[in-house]
Ligand binder design. Structure first.
Ligand SMILES: O=C(O)C1=C[C@@H](OP(=O)(O)O)[C@@H](O)[C@H](O)C1
Ligand SMILES: C=C(OP(=O)(O)O)C(=O)O
Length: 453
């Protein structure tokens, strides 16, 4: 069902009390799909996310010669790319998916033909230079329209694969995105000499996502040495996926957990992995800083239920502590920012400059939307500093989402505390969570009248 546009953000009648099953992780889905396409035999993946980004990844891998069958709503069977497939001249739509536009060029280099990658207009400003320069250092020819100059840094590009990538040592500056590193590591077992990747810049953002890449490669039997900080060595060799299950998306669990904090209610997320490389596991440390109680109850051997309960004042009003400084939240930043906007004390999100290269310039978008509803924030080059304002002074507005799924969920969390907020283009959440409007409405519907948000 197409949601209304603008969409009236549901307002809870009191504290929410619900259990939310979140779909598969975007980052794990797209890594497993890619590895299955490079594997030595067919694979079956369970818990696969069905969203715009994962469909784009599947279509890209199919264009490069993989065979894909949906065997259930979240189960996909994949027959890998043949050896050196001749794909002719193909165009791949990357949409606005960082994982597709950054991860696919190295896979395209393993085919023969001309593979053109393009995407949404907003994708054409997302940085990709370091991935392209690295592939060139490894002997891959890449070209782009003349207007892009001799060293293209953005879409559209064409990869002219020869069916083989030499591999070996390569240096890149990955301070703009961890995806530059992940992109090269994921295809590296199929490079003739494997890969010795050295990062030369400032720190790499989202280190959790690189740890995730290393972890999935190891689970697929690939030898990876990450013992030297800023350096990764991947041995050439077979990729063995066979059968695996994707964990739920803990980043996308964030807005639902935040609803417990904002309303002083309780939200449970089942199937939470006991151990994970997902950055969303940091909710366990982040949410207590806003006054919430977080508990984990083991269920199966490897998963349990995460429960978050927001804090309530003596007079029954939900309270959100000002957490002070929170560093390096990466893709969690928009949800954390919504809590900072509503918090009773000051807070700063630091080390998030690279969010300017996400689906939109998220620092600027978060600052603009915070100010739109009457929140107080200062935008720095790589930080946001929030000052507390009274909830009563916040204004109902139509919040803009900039084609960014996490700006839509940011607005939904803010909309819990301000009557009559509307969200422009909530459907943009289809990038990673197509059912968000229904799931959100169902959770907010669990709120019972009483002390309210
Ligand atoms: O590899 C991945 O799956 C991702 C890496 C991160 O990118 P950045 O390092 O650009 O933040 C993250 O923010 C993005 O949502 C997904
Ligand atoms: C930055 C994000 O996505 P992408 O994979 O497109 O980089 C995100 O989901 O927050």
């Amino acid at each position: 069902m197409t949601p209304a546009d603008p969409w009236p953000a549901p307002r809870p009648a009191g504290p929410v009390d619900g259990t939310v099953r979140v779909p598969g992780s975007k980052s794990l889905t797209n890594r497993w799909l890619l590895l299955a396409a490079l594997a030595d035999g067919p694979s079956t993946l369970h818990g696969v996310l069905d969203s715009r980004d994962s469909r784009l990844m599947l279509q890209a891998l199919q264009a490069l010669g993989a065979q894909v069958t949906w065997a259930g709503p979240d189960t996909v069977q994949i027959t890998p790319l043949p050896h050196r497939p001749d794909v002719g001249s193909v165009t791949i739509d990357c949409g606005l998916a960082g994982t597709v536009m950054r991860f696919i060029p190295a896979v395209a280099a393993l085919t023969t033909g001309g593979v053109t990658l393009d995407g949404d207009p907003e994708a054409r400003v997302r940085p990709m230079g370091p991935v392209l320069r690295a592939l060139e250092q490894l002997g891959v020819r890449i070209d782009a329209p003349e207007s892009a100059g001799p060293e293209p840094t953005t879409l559209p590009i064409t990869v002219h694969g020869t069916g083989e990538v030499r591999g070996g040592r390569v240096e890149i500056d990955a301070s703009g995105s961890s995806q530059f590193v992940s992109a090269l590591l994921l295809a590296a077992p199929r490079f003739a000499q494997g890969l010795h990747l050295v990062h030369t810049g400032r720190s790499v953002p989202s280190p959790e996502h690189i740890a995730m890449t290393v972890s999935v490669l190891r689970q697929a039997g690939v030898e990876v040495d990450d013992s030297v900080p800023g350096t990764w060595r991947v041995a050439p060799g077979p990729v063995l996926v066979r059968e695996t299950t994707v964990e739920p998306d803990l980043s996308n669990a964030g807005p639902f957990l935040a609803a417990a904090v904002v309303t002083g209610g309780t939200v449970r997320i089942p199937d939470w992995p006991a151990e994970t490389t997902q950055i969303g596991d940091r909710w366990r440390q982040i949410l207590p800083r806003f006054g919430a109680t977080v508990s984990f109850e083991p269920g199966t051997e490897s998963t349990g239920t995460l429960t978050v309960t927001g804090s309530i004042d003596t007079d029954g009003t939900p309270t959100i502590c000002g957490p002070g400084e929170i560093a390096g939240t990466a893709e969690l930043a928009p949800t954390v920012a919504a809590l900072c906007l509503l918090a009773d004390g000051p807070s700063s999100l630091t080390g998030i400059g690279h969010l300017r290269g996400h689906e939109t310039d998220r620092l600027s978008a978060l600052a603009t939307e915070t100010a739109r509803v009457g929140g107080a924030v200062q935008e720095g080059t790589d930080r946001l500093d929030f000052a507390p304002v009274s909830r009563r002074s916040l204004k109902p507005e139509v919040m803009q989402t900039y084609l960014d799924h996490r700006m839509a969920t940011f607005a939904a969390v803010v909309g819990l505390a301000i009557p009559e907020v509307q969200i422009q283009d909530v459907a943009t959440t289809a990038k990673t969570m197509p059912d968000f409007p229904q799931m959100w409405t169902a959770l907010i519907g669990t709120a019972q009248p009483g002390s309210g948000a």
